[in-house]
Design a protein around this ligand. Structure first.
Ligand code: ACO
Length: 472
């Protein structure tokens, strides 16, 4: 009997090289890339052996445009509709009703905490804010003008050196993957430490740049209140951060806490997949976040606005963007093809902050840029709209943060999301598989070593090391 209707949850693929037909199961609207490996073919006449055609078909996806690398329960984004949900809760509800630390619990453990669960969580995180006094030497060893992201990235790796009990290289590679109460306790202690100390390390990077002595994290303040204290406090009695600024920073932290598999979260998972300790994985994520296409964009937006100067210069700037001479930082997103939902919330926070600090002089330019770009065909056609970074930099500037500190203000709250993804991966069903992607090798085929006096020089840009000017 012929089955005329193939099963619905199946993709039928025919390899025209061999005529082979395979049925590939579709689960959760995805197909396993490994299913294509069975499609093997003899090498075509003249085909390179490096194509490994007889070993099975490979899937090419430069830049991970359509590759799902993990099953996740943490964050959902619908980029066409402008939807962002943490563990099912719309970001707009969390931003108005929750706090960064409560949302951190939600992201990492999956549910909103009860009052008593929250108290334990908050106490543990804040309790773990204190750094060993040796860390002062570490921060002071940087040059006076070191970028704070260089300090923060190194500081996370440095922090790991204090906790040999949390290092799978020393304690056994299954330290975090067992999922038993003992293993979970070790894991959660590192989570308290990393979230608790992220603000302390960031504040130390800030103070060393300002030439201020370090301060011990205070008690009795919120997470962001404590962070502001650690940066601002100059010996005043009864220092209290401004409540509007403290709240604004808390909401900004919550909005930045996670964003699914962005470049830095993916880096944390890639690094963590070797079962390295969480401090090293977070340091790697921090490095990835620093790039101007990711967490460095908030700093880049302000540098761009400063370079534009006045609203009158916006049309000229946009022409340069359209010629591809410049990039409109704070616009565009791999996932959102409409406005980033976080950008609306950030825009509201900006108004609240400006009521306290006064308006930023670059606001008019930013508004003109936003207005012009949103009606310009170039941006409309490419579905380029503001992302979270377009407005956040203006708030940080109004609050008095130095420009190069902006990516730090993104990295500190993102530690939460990185840890949520790392913890989920460590505990995932079936254990952790090292992330080892494939490549398409297009380099030279096998060739034999040539003695030095028989070589013909290959010259040209990129083919030889560039000459450099020695300044010393
Ligand atoms: N300004 C001008 N043109 C842009 C911009 C931009 N900000 N973003 C994308 N484009 C153009 C590209 O040149 C390309 O045009 P083309 O089709 O004529 O070649 C098209 O739009 C598609 O862009 P891609 O680069 O393919 O989009 P991708 O998804 O790879 O990149 C990214 C997304 C990196 C965010 C990009 O939009 C960008 O560089 N934005 C500016 C930096 C920024 O704001 N980053 C923060 C991201 S959000 C975050 O990390 C919190």
């Amino acid at each position: 009997m012929v089955n005329a209707q193939p099963p619905k949850n199946m993709l039928t693929v025919r390899d025209n090289r061999t005529g082979k037909v395979v049925d590939i199961p579709i689960q959760d609207n995805s197909i396993p890339a490994t299913a294509f490996k069975v499609l093997k073919a003899p090498r075509a006449e003249g085909e390179r052996e490096e194509n490994e055609t007889e070993k099975g078909l490979r899937i090419a996806d430069k830049g991970f445009l359509n590759t799902a690398v993990i099953r996740s329960e943490i964050t959902f984004i619908d980029g066409d509709a402008g939807v962002l949900r943490y563990r099912g809760f719309p970001i707009e509800q969390l931003a108005t009703k929750s706090s960064h630390l409560e949302t951190a619990y939600l992201l990492i453990y999956g549910s909103l905490p009860t009052a008593s669960q929250y108290k334990v969580w908050q106490d543990e995180v804040l309790h773990h804010g204190v750094m060993h006094s040796d860390a002062e030497q570490f921060f002071k060893s940087f040059r006076y003008d070191a970028h704070p992201m260089a300090m923060l990235t190194s500081a996370f790796a440095y922090l790991g050196s204090y906790y040999s009990e949390a290092n799978p290289s020393l304690q056994g590679q299954k330290l975090f993957t067992k999922g038993d109460p003992e293993s979970l306790a070790v894991m959660d202690k590192q989570i308290y430490r990393l979230i608790g100390k992220a603000t302390t390390l960031a504040a130390m990077a800030y103070r060393v740049r300002q030439g201020r002595n370090f301060v011990t994290p205070p008690t009795g303040l919120s997470y962001t209140g404590s962070f502001l204290y650690q940066m601002d406090h100059l010996g005043e009695e009864n220092y209290k951060p401004h409540p509007v600024l403290e709240k604004a920073l808390d909401v900004l932290f919550l909005l930045h806490a996670d964003h699914e598999l962005n470049a830095s979260a993916t880096t944390v998972l890639q690094t963590g997949s070797s079962l390295v300790d969480p401090y090293s994985a977070i340091a790697a994520g921090c490095a990835s976040l620093y790039g101007p296409l990711h967490g460095g964009a908030n700093e880049a937006v302000i540098r761009m606005l400063i370079s534009i100067g006045k609203p009158e210069n916006v049309p000229g700037f946009l022409e340069a963007v359209k010629r591809k001479d410049k990039v409109l930082s704070g616009f565009g997103h791999r996932v959102y093809k409409t406005s980033d939902p976080r950008s609306f919330i950030v825009r509201q926070i900006a108004d609240e902050v400006f009521r306290v600090t006064g308006k930023d002089e670059l606001l008019e330019t930013a508004m003109a840029l936003h207005h012009e770009a949103m009606k310009d065909d170039y941006f409309v056609k490419r579905k380029l709209a503001p992302n979270v970074d377009f407005w956040s930099g203006l708030i940080y500037r109004a609050m008095g943060f130095p420009l190069d500190f902006f990516p730090v203000l993104f990295a500190v709250p993102r530690v939460v999301g990185w840890l949520a993804h790392w913890r989920q991966m460590m505990l995932q069903e079936g254990g952790v598989k090292i992330w080892r992607p494939r490549q398409i090798y297009v380099g030279p085929g096998k060739r034999d070593y040539v003695a030095v006096d028989e070589r013909v020089a290959e010259e040209g840009p990129r083919l030889t090391p560039s000459p450099v000017v020695h300044s010393g």
